[in-house]
Design a protein around this ligand. Structure first.
Ligand SMILES: Cc1ncc(COP(=O)(O)O)c(C=O)c1O
Length: 384
């Protein structure tokens, strides 16, 4: 049967019906008072979600655009930056910084392993001249399913005084990121992830300290000059035409998130993560990331006796469940189960049972049928 697609990828994530219906309206003029009222409401909602009083700017970009904006507005050519690289997205921020002529020093870890905060500490403590201007880290590394220890890395950055710039593309709205308590300077994310709306908007939270740096930053910028967005946001408008129907979507999604509550959102993602991981263990499928560094958005599985791409193919063809594959050198080696945004306990139970059927079809018999579902159900019952 067609048209029952279930997205179990880390983005775009499933979109609730209220949100889809909210978008199905004529667009309104973006200079109208009606639009400004929506912008005021969603900006307040985004600040709530980010746990911040800092400026929260809304851009017409994907997550990469939001992150690039975060990097180019507060730095100058040749500035020295430390970039955490343990997956595709960390590598991307190093490439962006290099493209803009920054001096990039990478702190690396093997894909599948978390960054070591002590390596940041060592570099930062050795920098007595304060030549390191910013530290750039991907919180949840989607390509591998690893959650980096942002809180500890950030503590070292705070002790040094550099700007802390974070990709929270697959952690915001799934995991506790208390922007003001931690004092994060630049926090970037994108709409098609924990926000439960389609792709198209980027979000950046900016601290007063970053705005100080903005005054002397010399990298070129125009469309992504955040000063323009800040000035206009004060009047609840945007410098360029925004995708207004996406604002309708965002308004509906933020209302749903507020009704669920931050703590419940985080608890649900923790439960979905644990249920998925327990199910994979019960099925004898090796996990790519360790429990202590598990992303709240995605679980990567590195099967040793079945073909990851065959698993994805049967899941899609037979059950209309989309799983993500591996990226770069992990292509064909892993499959990734997304549990980010509008995902419920039922979705995990469904995906795990379809996965069991898929494994049996592939002749993989290292498990008792029902073991994965049973393990997931137990976690769901225990953590309810
Ligand atoms: C951690 C992370 N950073 C950045 C991006 C890039 O976002 P986009 O594809 O929206 O530009 C993604 C997308 O999956 C991501 O997962």
């Amino acid at each position: 049967m067609d048209n029952k697609l279930m997205l179990m990828i880390p983005g775009p994530t499933p979109v609730p019906e209220q949100v889809l219906l909210a978008m199905a309206k004529h667009p309104m003029g973006h200079r109208s008072s009606d639009f400004s009222a929506i912008m005021a409401e969603v900006t307040e909602g985004l600040k709530w979600l980010h746990q911040t009083q800092n400026d929260l700017l809304i851009l017409t970009t994907s997550g990469t655009g939001a992150m690039e904006a975060g990097i180019i507005n507060f730095l100058s050519p040749n500035d020295r930056v430390l970039v955490g690289c343990n997956g595709k997205f960390g590598d991307r921020w190093a490439e962006v910084a290099e493209a803009y002529g920054l001096q990039v020093e990478k702190i690396t870890a093997e894909w599948g392993k978390p960054l070591d905060p002590a390596q940041f500490q060592e570099k930062l403590e050795a920098d007595s001249e304060k030549t390191i201007k910013a530290v750039i880290v991907t919180h949840s590394e989607t390509s591998t399913g690893v959650l980096n220890d942002l809180e500890t890395i950030n503590r070292h950055v705070k002790a040094h005084g550099a700007l802390m710039m974070v990709d929270t593309v697959t952690s915001l709205g799934a995991y506790n990121v208390p922007v003001d308590t931690w004092g994060l300077d630049v926090v970037a994310s994108g709409s098609q992830k924990g926000y439960m709306i389609p792709p198209g908007l980027g979000f950046v939270a900016i601290s007063p300290k970053a705005w100080e740096a903005y005054k002397t930053a010399k990298l070129p910028k125009y469309y992504l000059d955040l000063g323009k967005y800040k000035k206009d946001a004060a009047k609840n408008t945007t410098p360029f035409t925004p995708p207004v129907n996406m604002f309708f979507a965002l308004q509906a999604a933020l209302r749903m998130m507020k009704a669920e509550g931050l703590e419940n959102i985080f608890a649900r993602h923790a439960r979905l993560t644990q249920a998925t991981r327990s199910a994979m263990k019960a099925l004898g499928l090796p996990l790519f990331a360790a429990d202590e560094a598990a992303s709240p958005a995605i679980t990567a599985v590195i099967p040793d006796t079945v073909d990851a791409e065959k698993v994805r193919s049967i899941m899609k063809k037979q059950f209309d469940i989309a799983l993500a594959g591996g990226q770069d050198h992990l292509k064909g080696k892993i499959f990734r189960i997304g549990h980010l945004g509008f995902v419920s306990d039922r979705d995990i139970l469904t995906a795990v049972s379809a996965l069991e059927a898929t494994l049996l079809e592939l002749g993989y018999e290292r498990f008792t049928p029902g073991a994965g579902v049973n393990a997931a159900a137990k976690v769901i019952a225990d953590l309810q």
